[in-house]
Design a protein around this ligand. Structure first.
Ligand code: TRP
Length: 339
């Protein structure tokens, strides 16, 4: 799908959400690749809490089958709860724990051709960068599994980054083809909701990622956060400005402060004026630590009740399974598979 079109459609959807968020059933998920950091927070996580608080129905998926290695699926869950996702309103679940969801993969696979799967640019890119010797069947078909992730609950809105647009196209294709092949309006065609958040870089001015050691994890302590920001790269100019092209490192720190304070980066830079890098870093540290203070407090609360996080996931899995079971029933009926 054309990115420009998706951007325009996302703006329309935001306007509708602003009027009334209740008709939206939203499904999102993050591939578990290590602890979540501020890049995730400003890129997507904050948006989920916003949508939840506006009254949309939110489903948060832990796509553990998409990861080939074993990981602790609870690792993201701590962060989700700490940032303010409320399990009383938002369903948090792992797709491996929802059998009826996974069973949708079989009919869905019959609706797409191998050529369509091979054409997916995101999958092609992942294959090109993969360190694996051979391309697994799952690599080619996980976008169809993603369609099951989205359609099991008939989500109509999926907040994603640009790289996920081809996957969402497959989801829409599966929904459309299922409905027309079986003559039943079982699935909606969900829309992508592209994030308008500016890209936050790491403390060295390159892409924020755990493996580069330039990420501020949501679980970082106040001292650790201060230390990371103190060590951030800047430049020799005393005057602070927001100019991402010419001064990527300084501008990234200005952006971080601005995002944490909910202000414009130009205003933050103007306030700092000739204060230099030290004042900039003090401002960033204070802003981030203030933002993360309630997140840390909630996390400390869960740490005192070790069963809580597990219980949330178990209940989320059960709620997802009940919904998936009902959808699978409709699918079997439409397909004439009632025995
Ligand atoms: N493919 C997504 C990623 O790599 C993760 C994902 C799996 C997902 N299923 C999803 C995202 C359903 C949105 C909806 O980040």
């Amino acid at each position: 799908m054309n990115t420009e079109l998706a951007v325009r459609r996302s703006a329309e959807l935001e306007a509708l959400i602003g009027q009334d968020a209740a008709p939206f059933r939203i499904l999102t998920g993050d591939r578990p690749t290590g602890p979540l950091h501020l890049g995730h927070y400003f890129g997507t996580l904050q948006n989920r809490v916003r949508l939840q608080d506006l009254g949309a129905e939110v489903f948060v998926l832990i796509p553990d089958y998409q990861v080939l290695t074993d990981r602790d699926t609870a690792e993201h869950l701590d962060d989700y709860l700490a940032i303010g996702l409320d399990p009383a309103r938002t369903v948090i679940f792992a797709h491996s724990a929802v059998p009826a969801l996974n069973q949708l993969l079989l009919p869905f696979l019959s609706l797409v051709s191998v050529a369509e799967l091979r054409r997916n640019p995101t999958v092609k890119d992942e294959i090109a960068h993969s360190r694996q010797q051979a391309v697994s069947g799952l690599m080619l078909t996980y976008p169809v599994h993603q369609a099951a992730d989205i359609l099991f609950c008939k989500a109509n809105l999926v907040p994603v980054g640009q790289d996920q647009l081809p996957h969402l196209e497959i989801t829409r294709l599966v929904a459309r083809r299922f409905n027309s092949r079986y003559g039943a309006a079982v699935f909606p065609e969900p829309d992508a909701l592209l994030s308008s958040a500016p890209l936050l870089l790491g403390t060295d001015g390159t892409k924020m990622s755990k493996s580069r050691g330039n990420a501020i994890a949501l679980a970082a302590s106040a001292d650790e956060t201060a230390r990371l920001i103190r060590g951030a790269k800047t430049d020799a100019e005393r005057y602070i400005s927001y100019d991402p092209q010419r001064r990527p490192e300084v501008s990234n720190l200005v952006l971080l402060a601005a995002l944490a304070l909910g202000r414009s980066p130009y205003d933050v830079a103007a306030d700092l004026g000739t204060g230099g890098a030290a004042a900039l870093k003090d401002t960033v540290t204070m802003a981030v630590n203030e933002l993360l203070a309630p997140v840390r407090a909630r996390r400390a609360e869960y740490a005192r009740d070790l069963g809580y996080v597990r219980r949330v996931l178990r209940e989320g899995n059960q709620r997802a399974e009940a919904i998936a079971g009902a959808t699978l029933d409709e699918v079997r009926t439409a397909m004439g598979m009632r025995y």
